[in-house]
Design a protein around this ligand. Structure first.
Ligand code: NAP
Ligand code: ZN
Length: 350
């Protein structure tokens, strides 16, 4: 074991502060990574403040971060995919059983023995896992992704969660050219959803509560922008969408969006608000519409997404910050004031 530099929260009401965390020395299948950038996902904030207590209570101290890009510093004796110096990435998962049907299908996110990158029981240490707000991490090579060399590293980090979480449902629901696709919420996930839906050839409509984001949404290649507080504007789109991706992090009225789906249309929730959302049965049954959810994506699909980004020149729009500004960044996330992902430059962690 060794001590890594990190930022950690001591309780649900404490700010993140400089600390150290224990990491294991790489075992034979492990890759040790010097972390260069780590994106700030709203899930980090939900976890640090114990907002998901009913799903997964937070164990303190908590070091979040699951949008990790870095350079390999050391590999275990049995590692075949990576060598020191390689540019690599780690997302929301660091381990799984590797033997169940889900793992065999490359859908590790559904493995019953999945280990998440932070706040999950750590088989190696007997404690919890600690995420990417740190100078290094040690991960089984199966959960390490290859970073295409043409991508900007600060903007690549968010692809590991915001990217795959929006890419995966767009493919699962077979979004293609000419379809009408809605993206609700223009934050970290939402802005990636717009980029991917546009790249797939869809007609993209952004729903936002922030009128000031209209210009940015159009720059990100949305075809239309609807300020969701405007009931008239919303009504114009009733019954017209093939697919809607809901990325909202807080309580909101999803019936207002279900009604916008055409017959057999689907709304997929990727946002994970603290409290349950109320669903009006009529919003679903009148158009035989469906409501579903989607968690991140499997390892093969995550690599596919990174390669898709390399070909289509897609990265997240980031505001690079030093780690000392992380608490300020959290407050801005809560005010929907992020353009459109914070990416922590880990060189600031000294
Ligand atoms: P984010 O950057 O904070 O974006 C969320 C956006 O939601 C905001 O920018 C805002 O967009 C909108 N919003 C916020 N509060 C709202 C409210 N009260 N009513 C309506 N709209 C509101 O967050 P993120 O990192 O993209 O994450 C979004 C959610 O997805 C979080 O709950 C996160 O935990 C979850 N998540 C899920 C997965 C998964 O696997 N399914 C993965 C990662 C994250 P506008 O200003 O445009 O309205
Ligand atoms: Zn995330």
């Amino acid at each position: 074991m060794y001590n890594a530099k990190a930022y950690a929260a001591a309780s649900a009401t404490s700010p993140l502060a400089s600390s150290t965390i224990p990491r294991r020395d790489p075992t034979e299948h492990d890759v040790q990574i010097q972390i260069l950038f780590c994106g700030i996902c709203h899930s980090d904030l939900h976890t640090v403040r114990n907002e998901w207590a009913s799903f997964s209570p937070t164990v303190y101290p908590c070091t979040p971060g699951h949008e990790i890009v870095g350079r390999v510093t050391r590999v275990g004796s049995a590692v075949t995919k990576y060598k020191a110096g390689d540019l690599v990435a780690v997302g929301c998962m660091v381990d799984s059983d590797g033997t169940c049907a889900e793992c065999k299908a490359g859908l590790e996110q559904f493995c019953p023995n999945l280990t998440l990158t932070y706040n999950a029981p750590d088989k190696h240490t007997g404690r919890v896992t600690y995420g990417g707000y740190s100078d290094s991490i040690v991960v089984n090579e199966h959960f390490v992704l290859r970073v295409p060399t043409n991508l900007d590293l600060a903007g690549t980090a968010p692809l590991l969660c915001a990217g795959i979480t929006t890419y995966s449902p767009l493919h699962r629901w077979k979004v293609t050219k000419g379809q009408k696709v809605g993206v609700v919420g223009l934050g970290g996930l939402g802005h990636m959803g717009v980029k991917f839906a546009h790249a797939l050839g869809a007609h993209v409509v952004v729903f936002t509560t922030s009128p000031s984001k209209t210009e940015d949404a159009l720059r990100l290649c949305a075809n239309e922008v609807v300020v969701s507080k405007n009931a008239n504007e919303m009504q114009k789109h009733e019954g017209s969408f093939d697919f809607i991706l809901d990325t909202v992090s807080a309580n909101h009225d999803i019936n207002a969006y279900l009604k916008l789906l055409r017959r057999d249309g689907n709304l997929t929730l990727v946002g994970a608000p603290e409290k349950p959302l109320a669903v009006d049965a009529f919003s679903l049954l009148l158009g035989r519409r469906s409501l579903s959810g989607s968690p991140i994506g499997g390892i093969p699909e995550t690599q596919e997404m990174l390669d898709f980004c390399a070909i289509n020149n897609i990265t997240a729009d980031v505001e690079v910050i030093p780690i000392q500004k992380v608490n300020e960044a959290y407050e801005r996330l809560l005010k929907s004031d992020v353009k459109y992902r914070f990416s922590i430059d880990m060189a600031s962690l000294t």
